[in-house]
Ligand binder design. Sequence first.
Ligand SMILES: Nc1ncnc2c1ncn2[C@@H]1O[C@H](COP(=O)(O)OP(=O)(O)OP(=O)(O)O)[C@@H](O)[C@H]1O
Length: 323
Amino acid sequence: MLTWMPSRKARDDVGMTSDIALLTEDLTKFYGQRRGIEGLSLEVRAGEVVGFLGPNGAGKTTTIRLLLDFLRPTRGHATVLGLDPRRDKAALHRQIGYLPGELVFPGRDKAEDLLRFFAAARGGVAWSQVTEFAERLDLDLSRSVRTMSKGNKQKVGLVQAFMHRPAVLVLDEPTSGLDPLMQQEFLAMVRDASLAGQTVFMSSHVLAEVQQAADRVAIVRDGQLAAVQRVESLGKRAVRAVEIHFDDPVDPAEFSVLPGVSDVVVSGPVLKCTVDGRIDPLIKAAARHEVVDMLSAEPDLEETFLSFYYHGEGAGDASRAGA
Ligand SMILES: Nc1ncnc2c1ncn2[C@@H]1O[C@H](COP(=O)(O)OP(=O)(O)OP(=O)(O)O)[C@@H](O)[C@H]1O
């Protein structure tokens, strides 16, 4: 999906006051000696969907809590819609939809009562907006939240985050506990939110879901930003297996010298190899021969994702919005 800049009207409709929805500069949080997140500089533009990816303990929740002023930074700062989350908490309250990673609903309230409470706390939300999201997520509002499964509690959390159509949605592991059908519905809600001019910043450790909904992914590892990539370019970087069938036998040496090409094996007219990154050099070399067929396995984004963890590639080359 390409970055899409919402129209001025769409941004006005959701109360967007700044072109930059989220900004962090050198954002750092240490818990005593323990690093939560360090030196995080990231810009999310209004209307963008950014996936915040990383394994357990990478620093995703810490970052999100800093953005919402549930934690105070050790160093650096963050702004939301150009405002300071600490100083302008009240002003931001209605413009942010937040889904915490760990949902705790005390009491025996029915989902409906709880959502009425959240709606009132936000200065009133048309009840039709609440039921619209509840229906999309197939959530029974008459059930007591305390007795709900993890997935149903997650749906309540999502409805409260989306129901007031906030300018910015900050979602910590939003698909946690949802079945595949509901995960798809959630991703559709994210796409609709983006089309309506809302900004979405969502943490996840599932690359596939982020790939479906996000414009960019920011990858954190050990408390530091390891890479920020446009989703399409993650695909382009991926390692893929390629098999080319020629009319006549080819010389492996001709292909093994190509940039990004390795593991070249030729048996008669069939060449198999691995391509890391751009496939163009291989295509141009192959085109010097008569090509009968070519097979290329889909880039494995999970592998690309892991390669960021283990080799620490590409730090911050698209950390600025629209890069
Ligand atoms: N309250 C705390 N006290 C001490 N250390 C903490 C605290 N909260 C988080 N940490 C540490 O900070 C680091 C980042 O944790 P964080 O919860 O932000 O990661 P995460 O990416 O959200 O992980 P997960 O996917 O497991 O939720 C981890 O090493 C974690 O142990």
